[in-house]
Ligand binder design. Structure first.
Ligand SMILES: [Zn+2]
Ligand SMILES: [Zn+2]
Length: 242
């Protein structure tokens, strides 16, 4: 593998995912671009992954929860994690991955995702599932970016992926074009579980590229739980601040 990678590097030197600068080592981002991305780091709420402002929560061994999570008696998600904040800089990174043929970026982004999920892996999840895209949209975009992320993440985490049990039923209007109530309505009944026998009793890591309002992930989690999933973990590349 190492020899093969070196050979690949000779013909195709690793480049920064964001600015395209040639890199000395294959680590995805050059130092300048790395600094521009707002990575989410400890301390954060152990359940929802929301970063805490103060250092008080850094004390080791304590799984702190934010105020909202303390009140939540029956949480939909066992844990939620994102690699970085969704801002102008990370948006460029993700949009490039999404709409251009930058599938090579998927491997690096999946590694970043693996790092962001460091609290999830010790829980021994059974399966990783990407948020599905309707086939009509797939035709236009050529691939489901979350499924590509899951392909590499599954290899990295040594956890099987499932691309067929959770399906998207309707070709919903892209969520970014809607707000609030319209978003939720648009998503109702959008997802379904095709093979409940593969979901029942399972601890599932649900993967998407971006979490904005969280409504897409919530709808997916709801149908998975209805089908008998034991626990749902959400893992995304980027999330908005709230
Ligand atoms: Zn760069
Ligand atoms: Zn929380």
């Amino acid at each position: 593998m190492g020899v093969f990678r070196n050979f690949i590097n000779m013909i195709l030197p690793p480049r920064c995912l964001k600015c395209g600068k040639v890199l000395a080592v294959q680590n995805g981002l050059c130092a300048d671009c790395f600094k521009q991305i707002s990575f989410i780091s400890d301390p954060l709420c152990y359940r929802c992954g929301r970063p805490f402002a103060d250092e008080m929560h850094l004390k080791s061994g304590i799984k702190h929860l934010c105020g909202a999570c303390v009140k939540e008696k029956r949480p939909l998600f066992a844990m939620r994690r994102s690699a970085f904040l969704y801002d102008e800089e990370s948006k460029k990174l993700i949009l490039d991955f999404k709409f251009k043929d930058k599938t090579f970026a998927a491997e690096t982004l999946a590694n970043i995702l693996y790092g962001a999920g460091r609290d999830i892996w010790p829980e021994n999840p059974d399966v990783i599932i990407p948020v599905p895209v309707h086939w009509l949209r797939l035709l236009k975009r050529r691939y489901n970016q979350s499924a590509i992320l899951v392909k590499y993440l599954s290899l990295r985490a040594a956890i099987p992926a499932d691309y067929s049990s959770l399906i998207r039923r309707q070709n919903t209007i892209p969520q970014v074009q809607l707000t609030g109530a319209a978003r939720r309505k648009n998503l109702q009944h959008a997802f379904a579980v095709k093979y409940p026998q593969k979901i029942r009793g399972k601890k599932i890591v649900l993967v998407d590229d971006v979490e904005t309002t969280g409504s897409t992930l919530k709808e997916c989690a709801k149908v998975l739980k209805k089908a008998g999933a034991a626990k749902i973990y959400a893992l995304t590349l980027a999330r908005t601040e709230n």
